[in-house]
Design a protein around this ligand. Structure first.
Ligand code: PEP
Length: 248
């Protein structure tokens, strides 16, 4: 089954009303390829504004985090129903910056995933190893452990997109080589097949994330298990459109 190519833009804690308006207007003015699903993730404060400005309704909006409760005394957090109410359809969970800086555990990410799915959000589930884990041959052990926490709790993965983001490649300018990324993606898919069955595994999109830019995106075109990108820094720049169009 063909997996629709997916390009996500993670703006992280960047932007202002003016800069996000500019990014959305640039996206509105482009003929986007119909075979690419595009999702932008502005900071939560700007989800509603991005959604209102988007004229191309095929472009969806994501939050960058969601707390696993619908409402309550959780100061500073945002809930999946609130994200939906603001107009977003997706949420990024398990990003390495939240795993490492905010110290989110695999179990907490899994709990958030369950809650987001139950509330009708698609989940962009980030996994990936640190440099020292890669250097000690632990890449798959780490990715599989991060996946296991979610596999234990979720059987239907049709609304989950996995983003494999080696932490050493995020924001460093040092993207994984297409060969390395393809080989890890294939191993992740093999693991999913063992745990969830061949059929489900063949349908799950696995994005690559880590220093993808307008120049290197095309180099991953021939990788059969790379189903798109999660883009950080370059999603704030005009080259995001080159990445979206990189398969043309
Ligand atoms: C990210 O933060 O998800 C990411 C991939 O960042 P960058 O593209 O800047 O490496």
């Amino acid at each position: 089954m063909a997996r629709k190519f997916f390009v996500g833009g993670n703006f992280k804690m960047n932007g202002s009303r003016a800069s996000i308006k500019k990014i959305v207007e640039d996206l509105n003015n482009v003929d986007l390829p119909s075979d690419v699903e595009v999702v932008i993730a502005p900071p939560a404060l700007y989800i509603h504004c991005a959604k209102e400005l988007l004229k191309n309704l095929e472009i969806k909006v994501a939050a960058q985090n969601a707390f696993p409760k619908p409402s309550g005394a959780y100061t500073g957090e945002i809930s999946a129903p609130q994200i939906k109410d603001a107009g977003a359809d997706w949420v990024i969970l398990g990003h390495s910056e939240r795993r490492t800086i905010i110290k989110e555990s695999d179990e907490f990410v899994a709990e958030k995933t369950v809650h987001a799915l139950e509330n009708g959000l698609g989940v962009i589930l980030c996994i990936g190893e640190l440099l020292e884990e890669r250097d000690t041959g632990m890449t798959l052990v780490v990715c599989n452990r991060q996946l296991d926490a979610v596999i234990d709790k979720v059987k239907d993965w049709s609304n989950i997109v996995i983003a494999y983001e080696p932490v050493w490649a995020i924001g460093t300018g040092l993207a994984a080589t297409p060969e390395d990324a393809q080989s890890t993606h294939a191993e992740i898919r093999q693991y999913l097949a063992e745990k969830l069955g061949e059929d489900q595994a063949s349908k799950i999109r696995i994005l690559y994330g880590g220093s993808v830019n307008g120049k290197n995106a095309k180099s991953f075109n021939a990788c059969p298990d790379i189903d798109g990108y999660l883009v950080g820094g370059a999603s704030l720049k005009p080259e995001f459109i080159d990445i979206i169009k990189s398969r043309e």
